[in-house]
Design a protein around this ligand. Structure first.
Ligand code: AMP
Length: 935
């Protein structure tokens, strides 16, 4: 250190509390403007060791924090002389360096194959310290050792134990000092060593015995069968059991888990308590009488109860498809539904746990989306525990350098400042400690936390795979590597807490349970009475009779209550006009438009005490300015929701503008709806075509979840659709894709064309006990079409017409020569053109539900047209799109023998719509003319 600098230190005397405050002040000024402090001080601050990889602002904030901490502790006087004061600062820097970068030298890889650079900041010499200073006492600032001063030798050892042992704790990217201090306290006070009783160690050992025992048993009994073995990541089982037990002890009532294939069978048997004999039957190809198509065993979900010191905790493992990671938002949605049901905003009562693969967490965008949702109002669940089973192979044969660009697979978690614990899967006690801290962090701060369980994969991708073909060195090492169970049993024997004989006995007992086909989880309990009863919703069909009629008086009262808002609320002028009109509609002075009828449907549902939940990118206002369920006070930006103010004791009305995502929001709402059958849950796409970003959710959950897994889902999806010249991307919700997914009455596809229809369609979805997805091609221009209006009486009828026949009294059946079938807004264009043509020989029939196809209703409607020979399907979409290919067989079946069905619509096209308004108008006119053109 230059002489002048040393002099400055000497002149400032010792680092007493007062002096640290003074130094902090100087440091603040230096940060603002380095020229504001003397040359000597500038040199000192310039020379403070840099912590590579740490953001400059974090680095400075940490140093400031240290000074502040010291200043607070006035009594802490370190009586050291001369140059030691400089060393004192360096010691604080050393502590800081370990907190920032200790994880980079932590011993987290069980195979010790991960070659990592030495981190200079972690070396004493980088801080001008050496072993010669080991006997000197220094103030340790905020280092949570319980001592104010420590010998450097002891401190150094404590730092290495805490930050470079089996837990690599990454948390200094977080900005909250409170959260960082809390984590430091938890880690440093025990030097990252779990404090376990012998009984707890035995429990841990039992978890490893179970994990290992099941895989060996399955391997021997069903050699070569795919089971996606957990072996190598065995610690996952005691980790999950610890999480559930501890959560239960702190009052959690339900745990919902999502995971991909690896280790899933092990979790089902050794955590969820699935009877192993049932699993063996599945391996042997036996199954219950099939309901639907069924699914492979490593996709199956499960439900059970698990006893904990705080009472029973209900466990639900979500069913999942092969698309890794998509189950995460589904789990979060399910948790949110359960929290809402329990009126628990904070999230304490239900815990989400998601289990990820190392390549998937880094590679799949839906992970980022769920992190982004984790604190958003519509989607928060009080934080989730995210576990990575990091077997360092990624998927199938991949290496980390091919699957990610970041240092760790967990980098994405930093976007929400989640703490990340990288933990060596071969050290089960460290795993337990990381688990406890992670859970406590989640419960205290209600935010996401990540446990990166660094382990290995003992076999290939599946059991028929040969891993040596692609990972020779790793697998040579794995072959010789003892199992976590063997290592832990040997450790416990060595320390004298549990002898090997006892370990052997425990393993034999576990094997006996498997032989006898008995549940292996002591804590397993049969499911007790559940907070939601699904039985009223089972076994219904779409065409079951239902009574949706409402009294007109009731409807008027509801209309009145939602058309009004407090006088002091100043709403924007266009919105005021809409509400003024609604008042007239409520009084019967005006016919109802779409927006009001839709709001009225929600009013009727919440008035019945049921919940309505709507999310979408502009859900509160409506993309096309029609809903205005949320009123924004122009005076102070406060909000008012008429639908939340209908009456005391009404059902909740939740409307949320969503994060800008389709896939994770739709998956979340699917998860919500599969956990909550009471009420109406809606996802609205901003434009229908954006729904294709969520295609995986439609394919793998919404259209097939009931058939594969027997899980009902009454989710409603509003997908704006209609050809209005807005170009290829804002015209079509790709109706054809939904129709192509339809079979087995798996979902409903509706295209309502009037306000009364939308009112009754939405109510029907709740009043009728059937819970099946409802896909709606919802309107845009129709929202304000002068003919798209309905009376209160039509709403009150309580009927959704799957088919609407000819309504024009001037069209007499006997004069009709041609029948045009259509759906959606083109109806109004056909009507308009027919009126202009003064045609009386064409009847127009609207099919308002394309699936399940209303055969009977259409047949009844067609009875009067038995003499007609010309039947036409008219659509706006190109011929290869829309309903033509998927639905024409229904129409052909409905029309009389000897007649024919033709097509009037756009010609086949690769793009959904043209980009030029003039071309659009021409095409639209042509298809309408074509449809009405009686031959
Ligand atoms: P869970 O709370 O998800 O563990 O579900 C508990 C039980 O409720 C399950 O075992 C099923 O019997 C039933 N259940 C849950 N969700 C659904 C659903 N979406 N459809 C039908 N039954 C369900």
């Amino acid at each position: 250190m230059p002489e002048g600098v040393m002099k400055a230190w000497l002149e400032s005397s010792h680092l007493s509390g007062a002096n640290t405050a003074y130094i902090e002040e100087l440091y603040e000024s230096y940060l603002d403007n380095s020229q504001s402090v003397s040359e000597e001080w500038r040199q000192i601050f310039d020379n403070l060791p840099k912590i590579e990889g740490a953001d400059v602002e974090y680095r400075h904030s940490e140093i400031r924090e240290e000074f502040r901490e010291l200043a607070k502790q006035n009594q802490k006087t370190v009586v050291v002389s001369g140059g030691s004061d400089a060393k004192q600062v360096k010691v604080l820097q050393l502590i800081n360096a370990y907190r920032f970068r200790g994880h980079q030298n932590a011993s987290i890889d069980p195979l010790d194959l991960w070659k990592r650079d030495q981190v200079r900041d972690l070396q004493l010499s980088h801080h001008d310290l050496s072993e010669n200073d080991f006997d000197r006492e220094f103030n340790v600032g905020s280092f949570a050792s319980g001592q104010e001063q420590m010998k450097l030798g002891d401190l150094y050892k404590a730092l290495r134990n805490t930050y470079c042992g089996s837990i690599g704790a990454e948390y200094m990217h977080m900005t909250s000092t409170e959260e960082k201090r809390w984590l430091q306290q938890r880690l440093e006070s025990v030097q990252s060593k779990a404090q376990l009783t012998t009984a707890e160690k035995e429990e841990l050992l039992k978890g490893l015995i179970a994990a290992d025992g099941l895989e060996k048993y399955l391997g021997a009994k069903f050699p070569g069968a795919k089971r996606f073995s957990l072996e190598g990541g065995d610690s996952l089982i005691p980790m999950l059991k610890e999480l559930i037990t501890r959560a239960g002890a702190h009052g959690t009532k339900e745990v919902v888990m999502g995971m991909a294939h690896r280790g899933r069978l092990n979790v089902l048997v050794n955590v969820m308590g699935k009877n192993p004999s049932k699993l063996f039957d599945e391996f042997a190809g036996k199954h219950d009488d099939l309901v639907g198509s069924g699914d492979v065993k490593y996709h199956m979900g499960y439900s059970s109860d698990f006893v904990t010191p705080g009472g029973n905790v209900h466990l639900a493992l979500a069913f999942n498809p092969s698309h890794l990671e998509i189950v995460n938002p589904v789990v979060m949605g399910s948790v949110r539904a359960r929290l809402d049901r329990r009126n628990c905003n904070a999230g304490d009562l239900v815990l989400p746990i998601t289990i990820h693969g190392d390549s998937a967490i880094a590679g799949q965008g839906v992970v980022q989306e769920t992190f982004n949702m984790s604190q958003a109002r519509a989607f928060k669940v009080g934080g989730s525990i995210r576990i990575v089973v990091n077997n360092q192979v990624g998927f199938t044969t991949s290496k980390p350098e091919d699957t990610r660009s970041g240092e760790y697979c967990t980098e994405i978690a930093k976007m929400v400042q989640a703490p990340i614990f990288h933990v060596n899967g071969d050290d089960p006690e460290a795993v337990v400690l990381a688990t406890q801290i992670a859970l406590d962090f989640r419960n205290k701060f209600k935010r996401d936390v990540v446990i990166d369980l660094v382990c290995y994969r003992r076999h290939g991708h599946n059991e028929a795979d040969e891993p040596n073909a692609t990972q020779p060195l790793m697998y040579q090492k794995i072959k010789k590597h003892p199992t976590p169970r063997e290592m832990y049993a040997a450790k416990l024997d060595q320390e004298g807490s549990i002898r090997l004989d006892k370990s052997k006995e425990l393993a034999e007992y576990y094997r006996k349970l498997l032989d006898e086909g008995q549940c292996t989880v002591e804590q397993w309990r049969p499911m007790t009475e559940h907070s939601v009863d699904w039985s009223p919703f089972l076994g219904h069909e779409w065409d079951d009779a239902y009574d949706g009629e409402m009294s007109l008086d009731k409807l008027k009262t509801l209309a009145d209550s939602i058309a009004n808002f407090p006088a002091e609320l100043k709403v924007q002028s266009r919105v005021k006009k809409i509400y003024d009109d609604r008042k007239k509609m409520a009084s019967g002075e005006k016919l109802l438009d779409w927006g009001f009828a839709e709001n009225l449907a929600y009013a009727a549902i919440v008035d019945d005490g049921k919940r309505v939940r709507i999310t979408g990118q502009d859900a509160g206002r409506g993309t096309f300015f029609h809903r205005h369920a949320v009123l924004h006070n122009q005076k102070d930006a406060s909000t008012y929701l008429p639908l939340q103010n209908i009456r005391e004791g009404q059902g909740p009305f939740d409307v949320h503008d969503s994060v800008l995502s389709e896939v994770s929001v739709l998956a979340f709402e699917y998860g919500y709806t599969t956990a909550e059958p009471n009420g109406l849950t809606i996802w609205e796409a901003q434009f229908g075509d954006f729904a294709n970003c969520a295609q995986v959710v439609f394919d793998q959950f919404i259209s097939s979840g009931e058939q594969k897994w027997g899980r009902l889902c009454g989710l409603t999806m509003l997908l704006p659709h209609g050809y209005e010249g807005q170009g290829p991307e804002h015209s079509s919700a790709r109706l054809e894709r939904f129709l192509q997914l339809c079979a087995d009455h798996n979902m409903q596809v509706c295209i309502p064309s009037t306000p009364a229809q939308v009112f009754n369609m939405l109510r029907r979805q709740v009043v009728r006990p059937m819970r099946r997805p409802l896909v709606v091609m919802s309107p845009k221009s129709l929202l304000r079409h002068p003919l798209a209006v309905s009376s209160l009486e039509e709403l009150a009828s309580g009927v959704y017409h799957n088919v609407i026949g000819e309504i024009d009294e001037d069209i007499k059946a006997e004069n009709v020569e041609r029948v045009v079938f259509c759906s959606g807004k083109v109806y109004y264009e056909l009507l308009d053109q027919r009126r202009k043509n003064e045609q009386k020989n064409v009847a127009i029939i609207r099919v308002e539900q394309l699936y399940p196809f209303p055969e009977k209703e259409l047949a009844a409607e067609l009875e009067q047209y038995s003499h007609v020979k010309q039947f036409v399907w008219c659509q706006e979409e190109p011929q290869n799109q829309g309903a033509w290919y998927c639905s024409q067989h229904h129409f052909r079946q409905a029309i009389p023998d000897g007649t024919y069905l033709t097509y009037a619509g756009r010609k086949a096209s690769a793009a959904p719509a043209v980009g030029y308004m003039s071309v659009h108008v021409k095409e639209q006119q042509a298809l309408v003319t074509d449809a009405l053109n009686v031959e």
